[in-house]
Design a protein around this ligand. Structure first.
Ligand SMILES: Cc1cc2nc3c(=O)[nH]c(=O)nc-3n(C[C@H](O)[C@H](O)[C@H](O)COP(=O)(O)OP(=O)(O)OC[C@H]3O[C@@H](n4cnc5c(N)ncnc54)[C@H](O)[C@@H]3O)c2cc1C
Length: 568
């Protein structure tokens, strides 16, 4: 009997972060819902108590059902039957268990049958489901799309679709096409309005669509004939009950094999416009993808957790040269760094989630009543921080997830290369996290403006001003030195005003910012709970060497050196 919530005290630590008190009060409109719904919390403690109860149930399902099913699901995978997807038997059981436990639409408002939970416990559930089976979280986690319907669809559409999601219907996000991957402006799936029928019809092909046969899909399509860029694209809602979309094939993938990645054919598929015409890419996909990126950041942390646990238990059991391999410095170094990267990326994940939740909740309140001046300023601040931290959490979290999966196999030696151990699957599953929802390179494209405009630097200064345990001051001083190095190198690069040169060093600068920010977050964690101390020490050592290395590379690099790198 495993419980993925109760066996991981780090989760409760993040659930009870000091900002949660204000966040939950905003979410619950000062607990006024308690008068309307008997299951709504009446104060902060009551809300946290119900979050915990639900997380305990999710943790139990993850430990007792989803994780034990993962290996069979990986072997069996989904199938296409008559143009539609049939999940592997284990996938269906996982989904049934989560739906039965009421774990769909948990962050949606109560008036649509949701639980009105903060995003934090929702992301925490995604973190646990990913640890259990990284492929399955895609199917369950696509409920993120409901947030986009909630934000941008009409009230009538919300009333029709959102209760269905809460009742267990699954979703899909249909953006990618053969010639439109990272560059979604190139989407060509055609949307035509029929005056006669008073509705839109979609025609064309989408590829690489996760859970492409889900009940409700958000589809990006070209509604403005003759256009070629993002301004001709609109967002549509496709309801599978209306028919018109078939699954041509399911991709044969390296990992996350339980998750059906579909090629879809749209033939006069009836669809309805979501929000305003022409705003599909510019506004709605950006919001949709930011939510999905947070989901992949959670998936990355969950897979990192699984990799770390597998590696630790193997290293404790496996003996060579008369002792457990965990006693060799080369092995314990790998393990401690795995744990430090895991803790650092999890801290960044929940910090980002709180920022996203704060601004979205304030934005939601602003639709009901005018915000006070201070609240408007607060909303803007959190929105900026969410924009800056989301690509960092996804980009660095997914790279750490890959590194941890690699080290997990390494610690298993030859056995790690065999199908007999979970680490082989974890290694394959991890690989996708740095590719979909925007590759790491595209996360850098989104993050670099926060390097050049100073958002990350301001956040470093903010963290420097926070109270921490006095014995952690020497570690903070090292972070301050790293910040000075970062600031100097950013100035040097941006002063060139050469966009190609800035792009060339962008990843190095973004990662420097990430290391410093994660170092600060671990110090704040350690101040609240001493169990993070080791990770803080190890991570700051590691971050220091990465920051110095990147700074040295940039410092010794002349603009003319770009010539050696340009490939034809
Ligand atoms: C398993 C799986 C599931 C998926 N699920 C979905 C889904 O549910 N819905 C959906 O719509 N899509 C989905 N996708 C598509 C996914 O989001 C894209 O594959 C991804 O965004 C990359 O696009 P691409 O494959 O066309 O690669 P490309 O865009 O061709 O990129 C190739 C390489 O070029 C680099 N590159 C491209 N542009 C730039 C740039 N401007 N700067 C720097 N580097 C750049 C990339 O980083 C990458 O290394 C899925 C893909 C996979 C593999």
């Amino acid at each position: 009997m495993a419980n993925f919530y109760l066996d991981n005290s780090d989760l409760k630590h993040h659930l009870t972060h000091p900002l949660m008190k204000r966040l939950v009060a905003l979410k619950e409109r000062n607990y006024t819902d308690a008068q309307k719904y008997d299951y709504a919390p009446f104060d902060y403690e009551d809300a946290i108590d119900s979050y915990e109860k639900v997380l305990e149930i999710a943790g139990e399902i993850c430990g007792d059902i989803v994780a034990p099913n993962a290996e069979d699901v990986d072997h069996e995978g989904p199938h296409v039957i008559d143009g539609h997807v049939q999940y592997a038997a284990g996938t269906q059981k996982n989904l049934d268990a989560l739906v039965k436990a009421g774990l769909m639409g948990i962050s949606l408002p109560r008036r649509y049958n949701g639980l009105n939970f903060s995003l934090v416990p929702y992301i925490m559930a995604a973190d646990m489901v990913s640890r259990a089976d990284a492929g399955f979280v895609n199917i369950w986690g696509l409920q993120d799309c409901a947030e986009t319907i909630y934000e941008f669809a009409s009230e009538e559409q919300k009333q029709r679709y959102l209760p269905r999601v809460c009742a267990g219907e699954t979703m899909a996000m249909d953006l990618t096409e053969p010639d439109a991957g990272s560059d979604l402006q190139a989407v060509m799936l055609k949307a035509t309005y029929s005056e006669k029928d008073g509705c839109w019809y979609l025609n064309g092909v989408k590829r690489f669509i996760t859970n492409g046969d889900g009940h409700i899909a958000l589809v990006l399509a070209r509604s403005e004939e003759g256009t070629k860029d993002g301004r001709g694209l609109s967002m549509f809602i496709y309801d599978k009950n209306n028919g018109g979309v078939t699954v041509r094939r399911i991709e044969n993938k390296m990992g996350i094999k339980g998750s059906p990645t579909c090629e879809l054919v749209f033939r006069n598929a009836k669809a309805e416009l979501c929000g305003d015409r022409k705003m599909g890419l510019i506004k709605y996909v950006m919001a949709l993808m930011n939510g999905a990126r947070l989901g992949i950041a959670a998936q990355s942390v969950g897979v990192s957790e699984a990799a770390y646990r597998e590696a630790l238990s193997y290293a404790q059991e496996r003996r060579q040269f008369g002792k457990a391999i965990i006693e060799f410095p080369a092995v314990y170094e790998m393990l401690s760094l795995m744990k430090a990267k895991l803790d650092a990326s999890r801290s960044l994940l929940y910090e980002t989630t709180r920022f996203v939740d704060m601004y979205k909740t304030l934005e939601d309140i602003s639709k009901e009543s005018k915000l006070e001046k201070e609240e408007r300023a607060e909303m803007k601040m959190y929105q900026k921080q969410a924009d800056a931290f989301t690509p960092l959490a996804k980009g660095m979290g997914s790279e750490f997830c890959n590194q941890n999966a690699y080290d997990c196999v390494q610690i298993h030696g030859g056995s790690g290369f065999m199908k007999d151990y979970a680490c082989e699957r974890i290694y394959r599953d991890a690989r996708i996290t740095s590719i979909y929802e925007g590759t790491t390179q595209l996360q850098v494209v989104a993050a670099i403006r926060h390097v050049t405009t100073g958002t990350y630097l301001n956040m470093m200064k903010f963290y420097e001003s926070q109270e921490i345990s006095s014995d952690l001051i020497p570690l903070r001083n090292r972070l301050k030195t790293m910040t000075e190095i970062y600031e100097k190198i950013v100035t040097k690069v941006t002063e060139t005003k050469d966009p190609e040169y800035i792009d060339f060093h962008a990843r190095r600068m973004v990662e420097m910012a990430g290391h410093i920010i994660m170092g600060h977050l671990l110090l704040l964690d350690t101040t609240r709970c001493d169990s993070f101390r080791t990770s803080a020490e190890v991570y700051i050592h590691y971050g220091e060497s990465e920051v110095t290395k990147n700074a040295k590379f940039i410092d010794q690099f002349d603009i003319e050196d770009l010539e050696f790198y340009r490939m034809k």
